[in-house]
Design a protein around this ligand. Structure first.
Ligand code: NAD
Length: 696
């Protein structure tokens, strides 16, 4: 079957969009719709047209495979298609089920009538790519649902069920059953009643106090969406809808859209969109690799991570069995899971019935033999190799053949862990981030021996529990923590040289990081970094660290959990308060170590810390630890609060220019003689080849 199906039911033409997976409006589909309309237009036996999609999708919008290619704007492009629908002399009805988004929504707005299933999911999500709708969406939405509602809809980009528009002129009728038959009957009735071909473009906007509303919106956007130019342009487009004739407004919208396409923010957001979808592709593993069946999961350890990990599976209705060393620990772990769900129920985001269903899926045990029928086991016990060794050896004795073994280790050698079993091909790392039931990132650690179907199975499973899985090879810290170690190391040196924790945090938060390095360390617990540094001193004695962080930990300042760290915390409050005692400790430390404080600019702070991420990220890539640059960026966007409008550390390096980055790294090397600052080979290579790290 082609991208559309053309049927005639009585005197009504039904054009069914049928271009899986979501009726993306690629060139072939656009062409087929145009042909369908022209056929219907020229056939006297046809009196009206219904355009519809599948149950799953009316249309998900532009075809992402065509993004940025000439096919995206090849004729008939979306504007042409919408114009054709709007000017068709026979009534055109959009019959909307499933998702109706972006260009799909704009197409529906060009039809004379719209009928919908109440649960159809409508959205103009362009803002999430740093854009605004560019095919009349802003102009028609403002006319059909009103200026304020349209602006909110466009600024949020989130889907709204069609029934949410009841009472507006957007949807003319809702049908829950016999959807297509009812849509056809609706079209027939239009003909019988000789209803006019309604055009949204003809609606006049009456909005007397629009200036004050627009001013209010501009002020709001300045504070809440400052780095995102699309928010301002959305307001400009709505202003155009109010003040300009329709065609002029359409031209203004187009102009703003094109301006936004050329911003670094939209480039970064579009890059991140594709990067996220790309992480599950693995070069040497075909997408049709047969998967192992996962129906039941075992979790070893009911601590901070074990409980959170278990919740991911309970949330999708998968039974979980948790093993601990003592009943008391099982009870405590279960209590935390229950309390987490109770909180969600209190917030109205989960029914108590669903909560009971989820809790009923948990089994607990102290006995390894009860794990014999699980398909996957995830170990989350103490971070000590000897403890992991005992656990994996016991598991090896009881697990059924073909079961998958995973460890949540953050730092230990996954190759060694795999070899604690007699089936290393069935072992890999699943590195969740804390809180494991919330954080989207999952580093999937592929050892030297992990079987392809094991990796493919876990990548697929990760998606079903709504994680973003990123594959990495074995190294200390994997992708994220290996990079963050250098970032924190540089932040530590800045303090020695004269900066304060609030100054460093503020500079990086202004750059866009969700949290500066010191607030982040206080949240995670400074004792974690302390333990890593102690280990480093043995493994890499030449690696330099600022010793001030150790002084602070030795004073018991572990962060939020001890009420003091880089900041001060009042009991029960997570707000980081500057601490004069810490300032005094820092001044004394500098004096004791003969260090002279100097003034450090925000620019230097950002360059020291972010360029450290870039350089280490490049090394991770050239060593083959990560598969591709965009995977590294996704780790930082989804796990470390890097601003999406900068695309991730490596995309950011491309944007500022690799030559500039290398010059700065060389300057840092000259000043510090720290080998870390020698620019990664990959940077020199890309400059020599005039290419970027992340591709165009
Ligand atoms: P935790 O101390 O909160 O929990 C560990 C649990 O394992 C405890 O309840 C303990 O009783 C149990 N345990 C210990 N030995 C056991 C054994 N032999 N059999 C069964 N249970 C045993 O620790 P956590 O923070 O949940 O960390 C667990 C693992 O996850 C570690 O490998 C850690 O490196 C990793 N990790 C932690 C974080 C984090 O932020 N906490 C993030 C990512 C990964």
């Amino acid at each position: 079957m082609g991208p559309t199906q053309f049927d005639i039911k009585d005197s009504i033409a039904v054009i069914t969009l049928n271009s899986p997976p979501v009726n993306g409006l690629g060139h072939a589909l656009r062409t087929a719709i145009v042909e369908g309309i022209q056929n219907a237009q020229s056939n006297d036996a046809i009196h009206a047209i219904v355009i519809t999609g599948t149950e799953k999708a009316f249309s998900g919008g532009a075809d992402i495979k065509e993004f940025g290619t000439s096919m995206a704007i090849a004729e008939p492009h979306l504007h042409t298609l919408i114009h054709l629908l709007e000017t068709c002399t026979k009534p055109v009805v959009a019959a909307i089920r499933g998702v109706c988004m972006g260009g799909g929504m704009e197409l529906a707005l060009g039809c004379h009538y719209r009928v919908a299933h109440p649960k159809a999911s409508l959205a103009l999500p362009e803002i999430k790519l740093g854009l605004i709708p560019g095919a009349g969406g802003t102009q028609r939405m403002a006319r059909v649902i009103g200026v304020e509602k349209a602006l909110n809809f466009i600024l949020s980009g989130d889907p709204v069920p069609a029934i949410g528009f009841k009472g507006s002129a957007l949807i003319d009728a809702y049908f829950e059953h016999d959807f297509i038959e009812q849509a056809i009957a609706f079209a027939k009735q239009l003909v019988v009643d000789k209803k006019p071909n309604k055009k949204i473009r003809d609606i006049k906007i009456e909005y007397p106090n629009y200036e004050s509303f627009l001013q209010f919106s501009r002020n709001t956007v300045k504070t809440v969406a400052a780095p995102y130019p699309a928010a301002v342009k959305a307001i400009d487009a709505i202003a155009a809808a109010i003040t300009q004739p329709f065609d002029q407004g359409l031209a203004s919208e187009r102009e703003y859209f094109m301006q936004l396409m050329n911003t670094s923010v939209s480039r970064a957001m579009r890059y991140a969109f594709f990067a996220q979808r790309g992480t599950s592709k693995i070069a040497d593993i075909p997408s049709d690799t047969p998967l192992r069946e996962i129906k039941k999961v075992g979790i070893i350890g009911a601590g901070t991570m074990g409980g959170g990990i278990a919740m991911n599976f309970l949330n999708i209705g998968m039974p979980v069995i948790i093993l601990e060393t003592e009943q008391e620990k099982l009870d405590k772990g279960l209590g935390i899971i229950r309390a987490n769900y109770e909180n969600t129920v209190k917030k109205g985001k989960l029914s108590s019935e669903k909560m009971q269903q989820r809790m009923a899926l948990i089994e607990t045990t102290l006995d390894y033999s009860t794990l014999k029928d699980v398909d996957l086991v995830i170990e989350a016990v103490f971070e000590e190799l000897s403890v992991k060794e005992t656990v994996f050896k016991k598991l090896d004795e009881v697990m059924k053949p073909g079961a998958i073994f995973a460890s949540n280790t953050s730092t230990l050698d996954m190759n060694k862990i795999a070899n604690f079993t007699k089936r290393p091909q069935d072992v890999l790392g699943m590195h969740f981030f804390s809180p494991a039931n919330v954080m989207q990132l999952l580093e999937v650690v592929r050892t030297e021996q992990t079987a392809k179907d094991v990796l493919a199975t876990v990548m697929k499973l990760a998606q079903s529990i709504k994680k973003t899985p990123v594959v990495c090879r074995v190294c200390d810290g994997f992708i994220g923590n290996r990079m963050v170690e250098q970032y924190l190391r540089m932040a530590g040196f800045l303090l020695e040289q004269g900066a304060t924790p609030p100054q460093v945090d503020k500079a990086l938060e202004n750059f866009g990081m969700v949290m500066g390095p010191f607030r982040m360390s206080d949240l995670a617990g400074n004792d974690i970094g302390y333990a890593i540094r102690k280990r480093r001193m043995v493994e890499q004695p030449n690696l330099k660290y600022s010793k001030f962080a150790d002084v602070m930990c030795e004073a018991g300042r572990y962060g939020q959990k001890t009420g003091k760290g880089w900041y001060l915390y009042e009991p029960g409050n997570r707000k980081a308060l500057p601490d004069p005692e810490l300032d005094a400790m820092l001044v004394k430390f500098r004096a004791d170590n003969g260090l002279t404080a100097r003034k450090i600019s925000s620019e230097e702070i950002v360059q020291s810390c972010i360029y450290a991420l870039i350089n280490e990220g490049c090394r991770i890539l050239e060593e083959g630890i990560a598969q591709r640059a965009s995977d590294i960026d996704i780790v930082y966007l989804t796990g470390y609060g890097f601003p999406v409008y900068r695309g991730g550390p490596l995309k950011y390096a491309d944007e500022i220019g690799l030559y500039k980055v290398v010059q700065k790294l060389e300057q840092f090397y000259k000043e510090t003689q720290d080998d870390f600052w020698k620019p990664a080979q990959l940077l020199h290579y890309c400059i020599a080849k005039s290419t970027s790290i992340c591709g165009s």
